[in-house]
Design a protein around this ligand. Structure first.
Ligand code: NAP
Length: 276
């Protein structure tokens, strides 16, 4: 298949492109310079000229705290950008995969969120990503919405790398009252490959089972054989610009086996990381 990827230089985009390329697919990597998703004409031209079978839309405004101050820019990239790509996808009858987030939920549930649960974002990033979901559903018939969470991988700033960089701290306080599903980019990539064989619609692709950030950090250090003085704390102790949902664990209506247990995936990530 011919696959066009937006945001191909991002953390997910890089891993996604190399995985599908190794599988023998033709990959068209695009980035802000070759396809600025905010530019409707450019999106149309690049997509229509290249006629991909599948577009994986990884490009996004991803700075959750900064989005609270840059509302218009976040909206432009996450909502209007998604619309531009969806409209162009429709013109060539391409399948579109839109990567979305657990932050579309408010976190007030106490059992895992399903794709059919009503979103109610509590920060600008979540709101603009949800608007993007609506645009994709409105303009593109052949769509997949893949919601993921707590993403980490080799090519970007993320929680695993931040924790490892802080391993020499005398004391490390980590939030223990927000729960979610840590997800390695490669688990998401393989999950996307699986849903491409399934009916169009919304899917949750995140590490199986859940953890608090503190539990996630403890597991990172345990698996890395590092002794770090970790101390659990409350969200209130770390005031941030954007509100986060306290609970954003996700699953699907049926057991689709899109991913593995998050601890198993973390083990593999740390091994690959060490060998790299
Ligand atoms: N990271 C997470 O924890 C997480 C959780 C849930 C969902 N997601 C979603 O997963 C997807 C991938 O996230 P990620 O962590 O890989 O993000 P990332 O590393 O920040 O990558 C996003 C990419 O989008 C590009 N981009 C931004 N504005 C653009 C524009 N106007 N035109 C073209 N490209 C543009 C960025 O380019 P520049 O570097 O030049 O800005 C960057 O390469 C996003 O849709 C995100 O919302 C992420």
């Amino acid at each position: 298949m011919k696959m066009l990827v937006t945001g191909a230089n991002g953390m997910l985009g890089k891993d996604l492109c190399s995985y599908f390329e190794k599988k023998g697919h033709e990959i068209l990597r695009t980035n802000r310079d070759t396809l600025d998703i905010c530019d409707e004409e450019a999106a149309k031209r690049v997509i229509i000229d290249n006629k991909p079978d599948v577009i994986v839309h990884c490009a996004a405004y991803t700075n959750v705290d900064k989005a609270e101050d840059e509302i218009e820019q976040a909206k432009k990239v996450n909502s209007i950008g998604a619309k531009n790509v969806a409209k162009a996808a429709r013109e060539i009858n391409a399948v579109m995969v839109y990567i979305s987030t657990d932050y579309v939920f408010d976190g007030t549930k106490n059992n895992p969120y399903l794709p059919s649960d009503k979103p109610n974002p509590i920060n600008i990033y979540g709101k603009t990503k949800l608007e993007g979901e609506f645009e994709v559903q409105k303009y593109c018939e052949k769509f997949y919405i893949a919601r993921t969470s707590w993403l980490y991988g080799h090519n970007g700033k993320n929680f695993v790398e931040t924790m490892l960089s802080l391993k020499d701290s005398e004391l490390l306080k980590v939030v223990n009252d927000q729960k979610g599903c840590p997800t390695w980019t490669m688990e998401l990539v393989k999950g996307i490959e699986k849903i491409l064989e399934m009916p169009y619609g919304i899917y949750h692709i995140c590490g199986k089972n859940s953890a608090t950030w503190y539990e996630f950090a403890s597991e990172i250090f345990k698996q890395s054989n590092l002794k770090v003085n970790l101390v659990p704390c409350a969200t209130d102790e770390f005031p941030r610009k954007a509100k986060r949902p306290f609970y954003s664990v996700m699953t699907n209506e049926d057991e689709l086996n899109l991913t593995r247990d998050w601890k198993t995936a973390l083990y593999e990530y740390l091994k690959v990381r060490k060998d790299a």
